[in-house]
Design a protein around this ligand. Structure first.
Ligand code: HEC
Length: 432
């Protein structure tokens, strides 16, 4: 099986796995020392791509990379340290993409007001250890809720082998705007800590992004909306926190430093705006587009109102559970697209070239038509009148008269000229 760039951190149930991982974890080997070779002898190995369990598989790990998976009984590479997990089922490390290691169950205000940052950091370290033991080898920790940049420190302490925990990507403080994330109910003259960094306007927001990146943020997180509740738990107020200009500034500033952005949204309102961004990534520039899918016409409800009203063929194939109970004007999902920037640029270029060709064709056609009209309506009749004038002025009397039919200027010229020719003819006869 070819080497996989999967993260090291296969987890067996319980502490044996933790010991195995911890053994791999401590101080990274020096650059010039050959990477350590180990083999995990699994009781059973879950292959997540097929969903099947492989009995007795051997996972070969070189340094911090999984090099391959061998079948039961395969020859163990020479010099490999064997970690015996044959009493366990082994699965790849889990990823939790939304954790708050710095937030504990219980009263939010107490944590921000009464617990020191060192205490909160120690609790976060205990959380990180618990997450690792539960099988999570990578987490994305989405803000410290008032504990400043502690998550970046925890991430680095884990990476340095000081405390056990999963690999962390951290968002540090998160960003919202004035009035949209605060401890509530305190006298306005009392300054209390905030769960996020507050910034207003594009430049303050850019500065907050720069500060957070400087202090270790791998991700930027912002609050797309904010809600307050009544004492009985109903939503009292739900609002979008930032203008489009503020969000654009945030995403742009993060993108300039190659940091992805995560948006916290509860409401339709915040999610309902179409968001278009361009980002530089290691694989080139990408265009991201997210737009809401809203039930705009009654026609959608013929299939999506209730399962009873839906065409039987539909429920036969797709069941009666999902895709029903929608209402008119309800936003029921989002369409999210990511494409290499080269694609829209090519489409735009093609469209430009096509419209240019169409313009040139139209222009050519107009020139041809105008020329033809000039030829038939003006140039040819004037030529005939001028030939006639020539002949008459040279004394030729028997030339054919020419009158151009119609009411235009050339026709009236031909009529006047004919009249002059007749008058000249009479005058000449009178002289004779
Ligand atoms: C003739 C029946 C019918 C009508 C009318 C209809 N849908 Fe659907 N819709 C389906 C079926 C069947 C599926 C599930 C199959 C699939 O995902 O392709 C589906 C799936 C969806 C999904 C989920 C797609 C996904 O990728 O998971 C969305 C969103 C959706 N419809 C929105 C709409 C909207 C908005 C309208 C009105 C403009 C609409 N539908 C009208 C039959 C219908």
């Amino acid at each position: 099986m070819k080497a996989q760039r999967l993260l090291l951190g296969w987890v067996a149930a319980g502490l044996v796995a933790w010991a195995a991982v911890a053994a791999e974890n401590p101080p990274a080997p020096k650059q010039d020392a050959p990477p350590k070779l180990s083999v995990l002898r699994c009781g059973r190995l879950l292959d997540v791509r097929t969903g099947s369990l492989k009995e007795g598989a051997l996972v070969v790990v070189r340094g911090d990379r999984i090099e391959g998976v061998l079948d039961r009984g395969a020859k163990i590479p020479e010099g490999a340290a064997v970690i015996d997990l044959s009493a366990y089922t082994v699965l790849p490390g889990l990823v939790d993409a939304h954790t708050h290691t710095f937030l504990q169950p219980g009263d939010y205000d107490v944590q921000l007001l009464k617990q020191s940052l060192p205490r909160r950091t120690l609790q976060a370290a205990a959380q990180a250890r618990a997450l690792l033991l539960a099988g999570f080898t990578t987490i994305r920790d989405l803000e410290t809720e008032g504990a400043m940049y502690g998550d970046a420190d925890l991430r680095d302490a884990i990476a340095d082998g000081i405390v056990p925990g999963p690999r962390m990507q951290v968002a540090t403080r998160a960003i919202s705007t004035t009035g949209n994330y605060a401890l509530l109910g305190y006298a306005h003259e009392v300054t209390v800590p905030k769960g996020v960094q507050i910034a207003d306007g594009p430049w303050e927001i850019r500065k907050a992004v720069r500060e957070q990146i400087q202090n270790g943020a791998d991700w930027l997180k912002f609050y797309g909306d904010y809600r307050t509740f009544t004492p009985t738990g109903e939503i009292l107020d739900l609002r979008v926190t930032m203008t489009q200009e503020e969000m654009d500034a945030l995403v742009d500033e993060a993108g300039r430093r190659h940091r992805p952005v995560s948006a916290h949204c509860y409401s339709d309102d915040a999610a309902r705006q179409e968001i278009i961004t361009e980002r530089d990534t290691p694989n080139g520039r990408l265009l991201h587009l997210a737009r809401p899918i809203t039930v705009r016409t009654e026609a959608c409800l013929t299939c999506h109102s209730t399962a009873e009203n839906a065409p039987p063929a539909l429920t036969r194939t797709y069941g009666t559970v999902n895709g029903f109970g929608w209402h008119l004007n309800e936003t029921i999902g989002a369409q999210i697209l990511s494409v290499p920037m080269a694609l829209p640029l090519k489409v735009a270029r093609d469209a430009f070239v096509t419209s240019l060709i169409i313009l040139v064709l139209i222009f050519t056609l107009v020139v041809v038509v105008v020329n033809l009209l000039m030829h038939f309506l003006v140039v040819t009749p004037i030529k005939r009148v001028s030939a006639l004038a020539d002949a008459v002025s040279l004394g030729q009397e028997d030339v054919e008269p020419y009158i151009k039919p119609g009411k235009d200027e050339v026709s009236s010229l031909s009529i006047s000229f004919n009249r002059m020719r007749e008058s000249l003819k009479h005058a000449m006869e009178m002289i004779k």
